[in-house]
Ligand binder design. Sequence first.
Ligand code: AMP
Ligand code: MG
Length: 488
Amino acid sequence: MAFSLRGDDACQATLPTPIPNPYWVAFSPSSAKLVGIDLDANNLPADKTWLEVLSGNQLHTACHQFPNPISTAYSGHQFGVWAGQLGDGRAILLGDIAGQELQLKGAGKTRFSRMGDGRAVLRSSIREFLCSEAMHALGIPTTRALSIVGSDLPIRRETMETAAVCARLAPSFIRVGHFEHYASLQSHARLKELADSLMEIHYPESLQADEPYLDLFKRICKRNAKLVAQWQSVGFCHGVLNSDNISVLGLTIDYGPFGFLDQFQIDHICNHSDQSGRYAYHRQPQIMHWNMACLASSMIPLLELRHSEKEAQDLLRLALEEFPITYAQTWQSLFRKKLGFSAEKDGDVALIERLIQAMHDSKVDFTSFFRNLGKLNSKLPISTFSSRDDFIDREAIDIWLTDYVARLQNESSIDSERQLAMNQANPKYILRNHLAQFAIEQAQKKDFSEVSKLLEILSRPFDEQSEYDAYSLAPPPNLNAVEVSCSS
Ligand code: AMP
Ligand code: MG
């Protein structure tokens, strides 16, 4: 898809920089299946040239499957401020494979690397790899990860680390920042080409609409509104919701200082470089809305092809107002499912919000609580429900549980059926920071088994997998605060 960008300075032919002595760190069988790569008995590609291709060394082998690798320019707003031109500073698009684009992250410098080294370290690559695959298994739209190739090449970050190359897949890696790029340069013809090819390949319905560009905008907004509601429903914090990190396909993209909430704090900030809390958990919906406003601004010239400036602005403003509506509807529907309600009733939103407040007040573990709520026996006194003990204010949670049981009875809910449904809405396993950290520490000692094990567990997040119970638990108190920043 980024091939549609070919033809100007925003698209630069870029060869990966070879990396010394590459070795496999991780490989996703599920992603391999998506693009039709055959695997051997060790779940690694049967065709050995893949190690060369996915390390960025392919030009030194006989494999020329991807002859025209590129990196692209995009621009955007970082932490709410216009940052001008950015770009694929360390991502190189190799080409297409089975309807997906294949990108290498960390394969060396590009025209857009500015001061950076174009590399990624093992630590951040493992986090991106595991979280991409975990999100997919949770049913949340995301770029996928195919592999991590490691090398002993030293890389300086806060300390010395080693390099890794993560291969990722997506139907398109086009971001809001690509639109902002052409709009900021007033390259209206290129802006139009970008929107037209996006519609042709990924939003063909928009081409049929009376107002194709407006329809495209609405669909992008809708996907991102739903996406952010899904993040909230699993306690996911992205960490850097800059407009250049927002996909126009509504995919979760750019896994940096992300985190899943353990102890629930509505204003949790997962990125310790985010001092003002701009990207805190509870602000994600409004920040995504803000990013859609950036997209709207950059699409004004497209609507001006048919309308006056004022009309174009009014149409986009009106379309933008649908965002909070879609978000709220999706959020309510997801949280109703988390609570095991099959019908919609008045008062549900207030009930959900009271629970969220109580969980915040007691810093209750987000994932375990919802999973355990499925086990609540509505025929027994609420004092028998074990997670009640996680709340400091017992009286408040008892009142809430009493109301909850009444609400279940109101729709003649049957416990066994409710539990089955709730287990499909409330994952048992998420990529907790301390789990990722342990896998990283093992991998830094060249033991990659924990990465594979986590991949396997997280690829079935809703299944009991009781042999892995320990992986479902909240972190022990001493491991509560693994800090992550933008440095990766
Ligand atoms: P991010 O915060 O990862 O979205 O990156 C913001 C900008 O910095 C983008 O233009 C990236 O391409 C660039 N960048 C991040 N890390 C590196 C790196 N190691 N080398 C070169 N450019 C980078
Ligand atoms: Mg980025």
